[in-house]
Write a protein that binds this ligand. Sequence first.
Ligand code: DX5
Ligand code: ZN
Length: 209
Amino acid sequence: MLVAPSILTANFTKLNEEIDKIQTADYVHLDIMDGHFVPNISFGPHITRSINHLSHIPLDVHLMVTDPLYWIDQFALDKTEYITIHVEANDAEEALKKIRDKGIKTGISIKPNTKVYDIVPFLNDIDLVLVMTVEPGFGGQSFMADMMEKVKELVELRKQKKLHFIIEVDGGISNQTIDICKDSGVDMVVAGSYVFNHKSPKEAIESLK
Ligand code: DX5
Ligand code: ZN
């Protein structure tokens, strides 16, 4: 299982130490919120550049913004491996093209009320599908187990169409919910509070892997 700790729950007054603690993970997950697409604001390009500088592992950027096209340039850093946008956002197709043209891997995400059907037209040239397992906006919410139906649907579609995207889930991931993710066919999990509130983030990462 690939593991991407979300630094949303990290202590931002000691970012350096917090980033250090998660270097055994596969990616640093960055939750970017604009206060419009979701009812919260997180952090922006300035802090992201600091993280890009501090981290040795690549960045997995999750744009929860209404206008991803406007923001992509500022998050396309040298350690950015994935930029994921939401299908519910504006100009999703153009945004994905822009990410791809920058040589960055593309991700498309669906909120809990959005169906897999809505992203089928994008699947042919996408690298990652992010199935939200909470309503985006805040860390520390409960995992929505019924979202695993979408994961299974995606596994099936990927097989039928001989595609190669990876399946990521985000929200409420812990040692309690990891098994159902694994059994459903998830390739990569995002975990915020479980990792950063753990006495040993390293152990938490290990247990998810
Ligand atoms: C929710 C964010 C998640 C969140 C996960 O909008 O996309 O990445 O930080 O946090 P936990 O693991 O605490 O649910
Ligand atoms: Zn996220």
